[in-house]
Design a protein around this ligand. Structure first.
Ligand code: SAH
Length: 263
């Protein structure tokens, strides 16, 4: 059976068995693990995840035709959710902590990561996320202060998550072949992270700063805070710096100040 890939759903299926096996290994699936795979497609990863015999495997697949095929092929071995992952309440999927795999369309990977980080659940619903990104986006997630790729994505990801680069994956491992190289990242929840009442405030602060990447930080500070001098003094900020020179921690502190101010 030939399945025509839908461009609109970013369907690039993994075909390299070696790579697929390596990806599955990253999650360390045990017999008592519960796993969530998003965008299972034709089941290339699913097959190998099931070989690990997890306690449960949940699947989210938006494409109805593919969902039907997955159900036919794996039947009772999977718990299928035929929905857009962006519309699923991730914390309600299971009461077990989930090992999450996703080889999703690149733009969805970024959106879902941001959604998961900024949804303030009381406790973690996952053990790890193992997600595929366009290499260029992965580089931005991994970037450190003072580098050109450093920005909102790195600050947001490093707030609650430890991020590890697993490996790059060549375009030829997929069919149809994407235009760019990919990178697999593994995210693990941090035991302790900077407390904020509402993660939206971190999004707002970083957006205002990085919309003016090249300007000195006095500009965004004035935009966010009426009494910016007080903030500058309190956080001992050097106003000659630019957004990319501030550490993630400084952004978390700025978000906190912004939060206090708005309450
Ligand atoms: N994981 C499979 C398929 C990758 S292609 C493999 O590696 O071979 C990406 C898959 O994500 C497709 O099956 C596509 O239908 C699905 N998808 C795209 N957008 C989605 C969304 N918003 N929610 C859930 N699944 C989505």
């Amino acid at each position: 059976m030939i399945i025509k890939a839908k461009k609109s759903l970013g369907q690039n299926f993994l075909i390299d068995k070696n790579i697929i096996k390596k990806i599955v290994e990253v999650g360390n699936i045990l017999s008592n693990s519960s796993v969530l795979e998003i965008g299972a497609g034709t089941g290339n990863l699913t097959e190998y995840i099931l070989e690990k015999k997890p306690k449960k495997l949940y699947i989210i697949e938006k494409d109805e035709k593919l969902a039907v095929k997955l159900k036919e092929r794996f039947d009772k071995k999977i718990n299928l959710i035929n929905k857009d992952v962006l519309e699923v309440s991730e914390n309600l999927i299971s009461s077990d902590k989930l090992i999450v795999y996703g080889n999703l369309p690149y733009n969805i990977s970024t959106q879902i990561l941001a959604k998961w980080i900024t949804n303030d659940h009381k406790s973690n619903w996952y053990e790890n996320y193992i997600l595929m990104f366009q290499k260029e986006v992965a580089d931005r997630i991994l970037a450190h202060t003072n580098s050109k790729n450093y920005g909102r994505l790195s600050i947001l990801s490093n707030w609650k998550l430890d991020v590890k680069k697993i490996f790059n994956i060549k375009a030829s491992c997929f069919a149809p072949k994407p235009k760019v190289e990919s990178t697999l990242l593994k995210f693990t929840p941090k035991k302790k992270y900077f407390e904020l009442k509402n993660s939206k405030n971190l999004e707002i602060v970083t957006r205002v700063f990085f919309n003016q990447r090249r300007k000195k930080i006095k500009n965004p500070l004035n935009q966010l805070f009426k009494k910016s001098d007080k903030i500058i003094e309190k956080l001992k900020l050097n106003i000659d710096l630019r957004p990319q020179n501030l550490s993630p921690k400084t952004y978390y502190e700025l978000a906190k100040e912004y939060e206090i101010l708005r309450n």
